[in-house]
Ligand binder design. Sequence first.
Ligand code: TRP
Length: 332
Amino acid sequence: MEEKKIIFSGIKPSGNLTLGSYLGALKNWVDLSDEYNCYYCIVDMHAITVRQDAAQLRRRTLEQLAQYIACGLDPAKNTIFIQSHVPAHAELSWVLSCYTMFGELSRMTQFKDKSAKNADNINAGLFTYPVLMAADILLYQADLVPVGEDQKQHVEITRDIAHRFNSVYGEVFTMPEPFIPKVGARIMSLSDPDSKMSKSEQGGMGCICLMDSPEDIMRRFKRAVTDSDSCVRYDPENKKGVSNLMAIYSAASGKNFAEIEAEFDGKGYGDFKTAVGESVVELLRPIREKAEDLLKNKDYLVQIYRDGAETAAKAAARTLRKVYKKVGFVER
Ligand code: TRP
């Protein structure tokens, strides 16, 4: 039997997971569970590149774990773990930083954006963020890395680092490829359809979180930005708001764009927004309820993240041992 290909992906616990995280990432992760050997990480070490409140980070990390499972990720089929529980991430990251150039890190779009947004805290971690991400991916010899469009550059630099290391030491690392899902890849903000629905926009009218109440969800959809021609038609160039709502409705209801256009032919945006809101309420209801249940059972969550870290640590140790040997560290 052929070995399954390996998948690695992660999300920072720096905010609550959103409808965008679900449709753009988690839903696809679930579908990959059978075909691939998947590692899904909660990347808390990446989260602290921006200042976090300690109690809140701890709470969000556990909530994120509960939400991963509530979205359908089965801990029996996937390795689900917390990044800081596997020290090999930090260890490999140091070695790789010695094979990463200052110039390449300076060119990273996310670094430039984040340093503009956090001008009072442009720390070294923000700068070396892509090296830690390369360590995440390369430690598990991942073949595929499911990410959004915005993370493609980080997978590219991971390949460059891997290639540089391999050309000195032989085939140590598997060359990973970005794996960008076709559908639902990019859910935009409800209040500003030009920008991505983002965790950092939380509490705002543009963002739906997985744990939001049905009332909050409906209120936000009713106030979603559309346009002035009151025709439900898919045209992502000229009708960004409406097209984004159609993409959400399509993902939540399973209907295609032609069916949606027919359903709202001759009706106003009011009916349309209510229907989209209701479909999202029903989509998220079981996820919220399951996550709330799981959060009442701390012991179970602890068991899951400990088991996950144990499995991950074993795989990571194999790669790290090889790397340490190649660079000339004395075996302990
Ligand atoms: N940088 C990713 C993001 O902001 C999160 C991340 C960290 C990640 N390590 C990763 C994603 C490894 C994929 C693989 O979304």
